[in-house]
Design a protein around this ligand. Structure first.
Ligand code: AMP
Length: 220
């Protein structure tokens, strides 16, 4: 079973994907996380992706789709229950490419969960977000601050702000994503696999109660 998690930047895709992959036996595939790791490690992929991620633009499809292809091949060898796609697809073209790639393995997207959050709330969420360098735990300077400023409660690692979480870049990211989101929602709606979870005004813990229920319903 393969799942796509959709949501504008800051909707909580990463948090929910991590949660679902802990409860069920899914492989969590985050394209943003793969790019960030590659950039940090200065790999060839990182060098190609850097300028796009820093300005909040999409990395070109030829790079991103090739990356997804390799990841799907890798996961199929591992034998997980399926993949949770977090941050991919971002465009209709990517959604079609994903469908074609999965078809090569006799698979498809079985469920698409859209986490809906109002834009004003997304800007506040993202510009206050801090992430642990080591364990990737996510904090918010106002809504979920660590006990000690700049230090992760869970592992003691340093917290940092993503370069693309500054307010100006955040607005650009949301605006660009919004246009494509409508098309993606229509695409998965048409396939009959779209489910919506409302995230506006909710803490991650509240949303975490709902998403596994949606998955369970589709698994049965
Ligand atoms: P995210 O962590 O999902 O917000 O992604 C961070 C950045 O990585 C995005 O702003 C893009 O620059 C890049 N990125 C992530 N996923 C994709 C994708 N599916 N297509 C193109 N670029 C992507």
């Amino acid at each position: 079973m393969n799942i796509v998690l959709l949501g504008l930047p800051g909707a909580g895709k990463g948090t929910q994907a991590k949660h679902l992959s802990n409860i069920f036996d899914f492989y969590h595939l985050s394209t943003g996380e793969i790019f960030r790791r590659a950039i940090k490690n200065e790999t060839e992929l990182g060098k190609r992706a850097k300028k796009y991620t820093e300005s909040g633009d999409l990395v070109p499809d030829e790079i991103t789709i090739e990356l997804i292809k390799k990841e799907i091949e890798k996961v199929n060898k591992r034998g997980d229950e399926g993949i949770i796609f977090d941050g991919f697809p971002r465009t209709e073209n990517q959604a079609e490419a994903l469908s074609d790639l999965l078809a090569d393995f006799d698979q498809e997207i079985d469920l698409c969960i859209y986490i809906k959050v109002a834009v004003d709330e997304l800007i506040i969420r993202l510009s206050g977000r801090r992430i642990c360098e080591d364990c990737k735990a996510i904090y918010h300077i106002k809504f979920n601050p660590p006990a000690e400023e700049g230090i992760c409660d869970q592992c003691g690692g340093n917290l940092y702000q993503r370069t693309d979480d500054s307010e100006e870049v955040v607005k650009n990211r949301i605006e660009r994503n919004k246009q494509e989101m409508e098309k993606l929602l229509a695409y998965y709606e048409e396939k009959g696999v779209l489910e919506q979870v409302v995230g506006t005004g909710k803490m991650p813990e509240d949303v975490k109660e709902e998403t596994p229920l949606v998955v369970k319903e589709y698994r049965e």
